[in-house]
Design a binder for this molecule. Structure first.
Ligand SMILES: [Mn+2]
Length: 536
């Protein structure tokens, strides 16, 4: 069951945060447990005080919904240690039908990769080279299903040597001469004696035992017996090589769970491999993938509440699957591949819509949640003074307040007394900052709602300086800062941009980049449409 994130817009306000929590609670109450509330920024002081009051935590912060390696159905093969024999690794490849296996260091980090290619190349090299290089005796015993027959064998840890099969020969000079040998033979007393007297490194007896007489011969040779014949023993013994010796350890392309699929696609074109190890945030190997796994990621799923514009939403939205939109803003630019549940109503708060959705399903929010939703409606409608406010908002807020057993006036005081005027200019300006694209004009409108606009206006110079920088940095046609005063029932605006546009849009005579707009409380209903009318 993949998580479906429910998120409000960037620079979240109280309506946005609470809508995410409330919609998630609604879905979970209906049995859809995969929903999880999320947010795209830290809650403001106002939101925090409301969350605290009703005992809620801020939703989980998410940063993007791009397709990541973790969204791929990659394979989780056994992670082999470097000491595993080639034979054992090959058996696993065959049994699980996996072409490339990850090889790990003792601590689980990546040591190398072993593919069928590496095994084949190793075996081909044995046609001209028959030297077995320092292999642990236990590895040899395991591939040969062998047993140690003498004391020298018991004290041997590793064996090396040129592997030879001792065939009967008529002349001594044609036989193996070098003690640095691993001699494979059958029931051939003469050969066995010769090997033991020469103290060859290892003697492998195929399908035979040692006679009493030969057993008593003093020797440094490690003697083992195997149930296989000489041909198979000579092939199998090379399977005892640890894979750490033959796997590739250089220039390995690997990916992390957090890497974007787009990035992995580009890299996989540059580095064509049969398999790529996947690592977690602690560099531990968690799986393998190949190029085919990149073709069909499980897209992240999101529900958008309190917004529907891509520029206000989570980065990577174009790669995600939008499951639903619950909003009260203008319909903007989002396209979906499938039909979705879209509920957009011209009311003052997204939480009014969600409160109605609870009612439609015959559900009552918990008193805590109802209090939270009442606060969100009060906040978004500026205590019902905003022109966006409807009768439904008032009724929904009253109903929620009743369930929570709390007065709307006390909520209003809690929300609007959280003074913003003590914040830095940057915090004031970016707290509730939204960008819009209106008929090709990139525009930013930021808003604070307060009861002491005069105090904020005293810091005009500082704010204007910052707006100038932002306008340049984001290449905006216009930037507007709304200082909405609940007591004055209107907004002071500071702006950078064309004076004529402001004059025509709001029918005011602006003075030194500022104007007071009586009864203007709503960015979406009283600022954006006016600009759209001028430019559109
Ligand atoms: Mn809202």
């Amino acid at each position: 069951m993949d998580t479906i994130y429910v998120t409000g817009h960037r620079n979240p306000d109280t309506d946005s945060i609470v809508a995410a929590i409330a919609y998630t609670a609604l879905r979970n109450a209906c049995g859809d447990r995969e929903y999880e509330a999320a947010c795209l920024g830290d809650p403001s002081d106002e939101t925090k005080s409301v969350l605290d009051k009703f005992g809620f935590q801020a939703p989980k912060r998410i940063y993007n919904v791009f397709n990541q390696i973790r969204d791929l159905d990659f394979i989780k093969p056994p992670v082999l240690s470097t000491a595993i024999t080639v034979g054992h690794a090959w058996d696993i490849m065959q049994e699980k039908n996996i072409g490339t296996l990850p090889v790990a260091n003792e601590d689980g980090t990546l040591y190398g990769i072993l593919s069928r290619d590496h095994v084949a190349a190793y075996h081909m090299s044995l046609i001209t080279e028959s030297y077995l290089q320092e292999v642990p005796l236990f590895n040899v015993l395991s591939v040969l299903e062998g047993t140690i027959l003498n004391e020298a064998g018991e004290t041997t840890d590793t064996i090396s040597g040129n592997v030879v099969i001792a065939l009967p020969q008529s002349q001594d000079t044609l036989l193996w001469q070098d003690p640095d040998s691993i001699v494979i033979c059958g029931h051939q007393p003469y050969m066995i004696r010769r090997a033991l007297e020469m103290n060859v490194k290892c003697l492998v007896l195929c399908e035979t035992e040692l006679t009493e007489e030969l057993r008593r011969l003093p020797t440094k040779t490690c003697i083992i017996t195997t149930p296989f014949d000489a041909y198979r023993a000579s092939r199998l013994i090379f399977q005892s090589t640890p894979i750490g010796r033959i796997c590739r350890t250089q220039e390995i392309t690997s990916f992390h769970l957090d890497d974007r699929v787009e990035y992995a696609k580009e890299e996989s074109l540059k580095h064509r491999e049969s398999g790529y190890p996947i690592l977690d945030e602690n560099e531990q190997i968690v799986g393998m993938m190949n190029r085919y796994h990149l073709l069909r990621p499980r897209h992240k799923q999101v529900v958008l509440v309190d917004h529907n514009e891509a520029s206000q939403s989570v980065p990577g939205l174009e790669e995600a699957r939008i499951v639903a939109i619950i909003d009260h803003h203008r319909i903007a630019d989002i396209e979906t591949t499938n039909p979705i549940y879209l509920r957009n109503e011209p009311v003052g708060s997204t939480n009014t819509i969600i409160a109605d959705m609870f009612r439609e399903r015959g559900l009552i929010p918990s008193p805590k949640l109802a209090g939270l939703m009442a606060a969100a409606i009060v906040s978004d409608t500026v205590m019902f003074k905003s022109p966006t406010c409807t009768d439904r908002d008032i009724k929904a807020a009253q109903r929620m307040a009743r369930i929570a057993n709390i007065s709307l006036d006390s909520l209003g005081k809690l929300i609007f007394s959280t003074s913003i005027s003590k914040k830095s200019a940057k915090e004031m300006l970016t707290r509730d900052y939204k960008e819009f694209h209106i008929a090709g004009h990139p525009v930013a409108v930021s808003q604070v709602t307060c009861m002491d606009s005069a105090v904020i206006l005293e810091r005009k110079d500082e704010l204007m300086e910052l707006m100038k920088e932002l306008k340049k940095e984001k290449k905006l046609t216009m930037i507007i800062f709304m200082i909405t005063d609940v007591l004055l029932e209107g907004s002071h605006i500071l702006y950078m941009g064309n004076d004529d546009v402001i004059q025509q849009a709001f029918s005011v005579a602006p003075k030194e980049n500022t104007a007071f707009l009586p009864h203007v409380m709503s960015r979406k209903k009283q600022i954006i449409p006016m600009l759209t009318a001028i430019w559109g």
